[in-house]
Ligand binder design. Sequence first.
Ligand SMILES: [Zn+2]
Length: 298
Amino acid sequence: MAETLIPGLRRLFPEPDRGPWQAPALYLIGDDRLTLIDAGYDNPGGIEKIIAAVGTARLERVLLTHVHIDHAGGAWALRERTGAPVWAHRDEAPAIERRFPGRRIDRWTEPGETIIAGSFALEAILTPGHATGHLCFFDRGRGVLFSGDLVTGAGSTLIVPPEGNLAAYMDSLRRVRELPVTLLLPGHGPERRDARLRIDELIEHRRLRELCLAGCLLRGGPMTLSELVRAMYYGLIHPHLEGVAAGTASAHLEKLIAEGRVESSEEGPLTAVFGLTERGRAEAEAIFSPARTDSRGP
Ligand SMILES: [Zn+2]
């Protein structure tokens, strides 16, 4: 059930049936007074497993990394059962309003504050990108980072605007990369002891995706979002995933537009046409058609 990772720190997967990717990992910290990082889905079976893991101890708080349904869904059922207040960053307020109308956060977690949980001192670090008010929690003494969905143990993280912001995500990754992490405990997937390598993988994954997008616009010329998704992912993904792929492509477009590498016609999101700017084209040509760039001479 709850697995002890180190004394005073247990991990729970209350949703084993959803498979390794979807199943959120929850962390229970402390002995007789507990802090729970993330609450999982609002699923009675999952809630019972958490309550069983809490046992006779007192659940002091539920710390949310962000308010997606797989991390925050069960928070209010847990509050009802245990009285534990729910904490989250205030930038998640609009997402709470949208996903959990009428639900209340009891305490806004302040970036930079240290939360004492058992023998852990958890520093709250604001790491937007996957979600606007996403938080990681870092125990500096042990080098343990609870990374939520910023850094997953395997696979990549969904970045879909408007909550998702790729530029912010990359910045958050780079900041977290500098922390002296010896054990990374993600919101999904296995723990990682190679945090920096793992973060480098994620940064590289986005860089390659961005190159792929620029290459498609260079070869195919300006196109709509759905044309771009087909060009980028044709044959690579199941058609059911095209919506997700469109979200990812939008996140990249938003970042590239902000950087002046891509421009968009001033139309609605579905009919807008995206193309490389002069700068974006020059950079893409230097990568994809180096001979042609060279032949222009000095
Ligand atoms: Zn999430």
